[in-house]
Design a protein. Structure first.
Length: 342
């Protein structure tokens, strides 16, 4: 076999959402901070295209690049590449990265619990993993400070009418709609409709509303639409269905850790969730993430919560992505049948 490029990947998923991890074959990008490095990756596009575009990638895939940390407290750093965005943070991807680091032996595992610090583009996230028999069985991630934006805002969406939406940040930026008000049961059979409606709602929010992060001034858009299920309470705490539409038009298979953090920020802002509560969100495939609020903080003048999310991750394979010099599509390709209209 001949190849002008070889990238070494450990594949993983967190509660159903794919989050592959590049462990070799890519040099760290330029930049004095992980955020600057992630902006370079986003602008350059060549690595994103190689690993996310078909035939190596697909709309269902996220890929994380391990890089040396910049912060002295961090054990490892990672840059998240999603189908359309290169975001500050991702819950499912951080769980995949932690799982690969521990299960793959890149970071020493201590049983029954291992603690480590990861540096995401948006800042440090502290991780503890419940470990047994050489497996990280559950990953707990202290996510970035999360906050509610606008509440009960009217948004006109072509073909859907005037919707009432909330906005929030949970490590990434969200426009949030009530699933029941959209006539949704959050059942797996609705995935196609949720994906298409969610992209329309996100695009409408980006056209009509404004997102501002107090410490990441160049993150100015809404990434996702969260279809939020009704919150119920039982002996195990709070519980709700959740479905997140990801650009350019897919539904997260996991309950989305950043969406869970954003939902907790919204519930806290409304006085509906406190520090003693636990919120479990359920995805369209029945997988769950559980979250709690560790405390509150002031984020450059914006009231924010300190969220912790938890879920499970599994390694699914080891791959070497290669490029034959005669391949006519060295950067891959996308078609609108699965990638949506551009």
């Amino acid at each position: 076999m001949r190849s002008t490029r070889t990238i070494h990947v450990i594949s993983a998923h967190a509660e159903g959402e794919v989050g592959d991890v590049i462990v070799g074959g890519v040099l760290p990008p330029p930049g004095d901070t992980i955020w600057e490095q992630s902006r370079w990756i986003a602008r350059d596009g060549s690595l994103r295209n190689f690993v996310l575009n078909e035939p190596r990638g697909g709309v269902f895939r996220h890929v994380n690049l391990l890089v040396p940390p910049k912060h002295p407290e961090a054990d490892a750093a990672f840059i998240i590449m999603e189908p359309e965005d290169t975001p500050p943070m991702s819950g499912s991807n951080s769980i995949c990265v932690a799982t690969v680091l521990l299960d793959g032996g890149l970071v020493p595992m201590q049983e029954p619990e291992t603690s480590l610090v990861l540096e995401a583009p948006g800042g440090l996230v502290r991780v503890r993993a419940e470990c047994r028999d050489g497996k990280a069985e559950r990953i707990f991630v202290q996510n970035l400070p999360s906050f509610a934006g606008e509440l009960d805002r009217s948004l006109e969406v072509e073909g859907l009418g005037t919707l009432t939406v909330d906005t929030a940040f949970g490590g990434d930026s969200f426009v949030v709609v009530d699933a029941a008000a959209m006539g949704l049961r959050l059942d797996a059979s609705e995935a196609h409709d949720i994906a298409r409606m969610g992209v329309r709602i996100t695009n409408a929010a980006n056209a009509a509303l404004q997102f501002r992060h107090p410490t990441l001034p160049d993150w100015r858009h809404f990434s996702f639409c969260l279809f939020a299920g009704a919150v119920t309470r039982d002996d195990n705490g709070l519980r709700a269905g959740a479905a997140v539409a990801i650009q350019p038009g897919k539904v997260d298979r996991s309950p989305t850790g950043t969406a869970l953090s954003a939902r907790m920020a919204l519930l806290h802002a409304r006085g509906q969730m406190g520090l003693d509560d636990r919120l479990t969100t359920v995805s369209l495939i029945g997988s769950t993430f559980t979250g709690r609020i560790l405390g509150t903080t002031d984020l450059a003048g914006t009231p924010a919560i300190l969220p912790e999310i938890s879920g499970r991750g599994w390694i699914t394979g080891i791959h070497q992505h290669m490029l034959d010099p005669s391949d006519p599509w060295p950067q891959g390709y996308r078609l609108t049948d699965s990638w949506g209209a551009r």
